[in-house]
Design a protein around this ligand. Sequence first.
Ligand code: ATP
Ligand code: MG
Length: 379
Amino acid sequence: ANPPARSYTIAVLPGDGIGLEVMPPALRCIEAAAKGFGFKFEFRHYEWASCTYYHKHGTMLPPDWKQLLQACDAIYFGAVGDPATVPDHISLWGSLLLFRREFDQFINLRPCRLIPGVISPLANRDGKKIDFVTVRENTEGEYSSIGGRIFEGTERETVIQNTVFTRVGVDRVVRYAFELARSRPAKKLTSATKSNGISITMPYWDERVEAISKEYPDVKVDKYHIDILCAHFVQRPRIFDVVVGSNLFGDILSDLGPACTGTIGIAPSANLNPTAKRGEPGKEWMPSLFEPVHGSAPDIAGKGIANPIGMIWAGQMMLEHLGETKAAEVMMKAIENVLKNAKDAQLQGEKDLLTPDMHGNGTTEGLGRAIEEEIGRLV
Ligand code: ATP
Ligand code: MG
């Protein structure tokens, strides 16, 4: 008898704005990859975790949201936010940031690649590849809510917010980054620090990187202060392979990286709890979440011109995470092929598939279909 087909249950949360536009083509792309490699998806579509839902119900989420998400293998998330009608602290904190916290998604992973066909502010002078990953600590550090104001309204008015690093919190993200570096050909890890200015917490971060590096003698390690590191992202991006940073530094780098590679419209992001295992006895299941780097982009929403690649590439990362490595490889190849061919076609005055953020006049639908068809050809 044939073994049962692999099947994955995916919570689909398109959210707001262009999230609603990029999700359908992205779902078709991952379906095409699944079809080619003999596995299946069960998509559970939810309209909550959106401002539209908030306007109807007065809350971002239904009461049983956690059980609904825990019934899934992974969460596929579009974009949330409508700053004109709902403040970010309600929309963002009431959905995405809540999921990150509740599911302890302590890693935020973002690949940065210069893909032929995409115009980037980084000149590809020597034709060498730009292909690195930022790993951001996603749960503690500078983003603690410990602190407050004293002497308010007086001349001595003082505001304090503490940075919190725990041994567990630092070690787990640093160890993840080392593991990732070890799995890649360059085997190189760069740590973001600022121990010359932040004299208590950052030296601790450096100390833990140093200590854990002993377990990974095969991985080359270096560290840069965050300021010069930002400069290198722009001027010497080829020196990077895996870059790890605290919550704040990782946040900055993980936006800077994708921006440098041309447009945030193509950049994906994974919020991972890499240690959770589904069905582990006595332990709560903590699914990981895959989303594009970009937000709901109200300025272009409804026009059909949003770049769907960030969402599609996030789907590619989801396949990788689910263990569907071959399907993930094909999806990446399809994205690269389509971008390269689209640029050539554009230069020759043929049908332009590139969306406006990539200096073309293509549409979400057109570009999404091209990638879906390319996946179909490659499988
Ligand atoms: P958030 O706060 O949710 O991160 P934001 O308002 O900071 O969102 P985005 O919504 O990502 O930022 O939009 C930033 C800019 O990038 C906007 O001008 C938007 O139109 C553009 N943009 C974002 N995503 C895309 C996309 N997929 N395709 C084309 N342009 C995009
Ligand atoms: Mg915003």
